[in-house]
Ligand binder design. Structure first.
Ligand code: DGL
Length: 277
């Protein structure tokens, strides 16, 4: 197995980005991952682009002290607001959530009508729309901010009638804007936890099933492609699942972590190291 020793750095506004780490560890089990959750300043979704860019720079600087070979911006809001700033500031390859999610959606839509759900910041930025239009200008893209879904996912109400009612309401608004949508991008770290419920709500809203695109999984695929293309890992070693790469987790505030983090990672998280950013 050939891989360079440097870890992959992943950051998010909080613990939601552990859904990306989960997908990454499934794709690249031998890789060491350093995760930073800016739990002291979460949520990013309701903050201004300038503030999110400033926070993102601080997160990136922290992870770069560990000489990460790839910086992954798990947070969709940070990806929407800060990617150019990060790419300008650092030499390390920077991978956001938007481009991989958009690419996956462009690849699966049959009708050419894509819906995007995310935080207020992500939807207002129109980042997914721009990315999809770059890939295929004929695709129609409609966004819907779903700010209540983040706290509901954090509460663990992933199989609850209240969350279903909220999801239905948001998706009905989306369906009213474009009934022809056949593909829905889950443009937020928290939504993979709600995917079964979103599938049900989408069927109700659109009167048929809609393909869900999970930006966390799309990001993990993109990370593998970046590392293979840079010669950081060998394609033939990708099937070796037994090599348990270490996961090291940092947070800027350690309150409520144990409970929340394992929900998003899908396994219990060892220790969190609290750090100042
Ligand atoms: N991580 C954020 C995102 O994916 C959701 C939580 C927040 O608003 O900070 O957009």
């Amino acid at each position: 197995m050939q891989r360079t020793q440097a870890p992959i750095g992943v950051f998010d506004s909080g613990v939601g980005g552990l859904t990306v780490v989960r997908a990454l560890r499934a794709q690249l089990p031998g890789e060491e991952v350093f995760y930073l959750g800016d739990t002291a300043r979460v949520p990013y979704g309701s903050k201004s682009p300038e503030t999110v860019a400033r926070y993102s720079l601080a997160c990136a600087r922290f992870l770069l002290k560990y000489r990460v070979k790839l910086l992954m911006v798990a947070c969709n809001t940070a990806s929407a607001h800060a990617l150019p700033v990060l790419r300008n500031a650092f030499e390390v390859p920077v991978l956001g959530a938007v481009e991989p999610g958009a690419r996956a959606a462009a690849g699966v839509t049959q009708a050419g009508h894509v819906g995007v759900i995310g935080t207020l910041g992500t939807i207002r930025s129109r980042a997914y729309e721009e990315a999809l239009k770059r890939l295929n200008p004929s695709i129609s893209v409609t966004g819907q901010a779903c700010p209540l879904l983040v706290p509901l996912a954090e509460e663990g109400w992933t199989d609850d009638e209240i969350t279903l009612a909220v999801a239905r309401r948001y998706l009905r608004e989306l369906a009213a804007k474009d009934p022809a949508i056949d593909t829905l991008v889950l443009g937020c770290t928290h939504y993979p936890l709600l995917s079964s419920m979103l599938q049900v709500a989408a069927r109700d809203a659109f009167g048929r099933s809609v393909t869900l695109v999970d930006s966390a999984t799309a990001m993990a695929h993109a990370a593998r492609d970046v590392l293979v293309s840079r010669g950081e890992i060998q394609v033939e070693s990708l099937g070796e699942r037994s090599m348990g790469g270490q996961l090291r987790c940092f947070v800027s505030d350690a309150s409520r972590l144990g409970e929340l983090a394992s929900r998003f990672l899908g396994e219990s998280v060892g220790d969190f190291e609290q750090v100042d950013l």
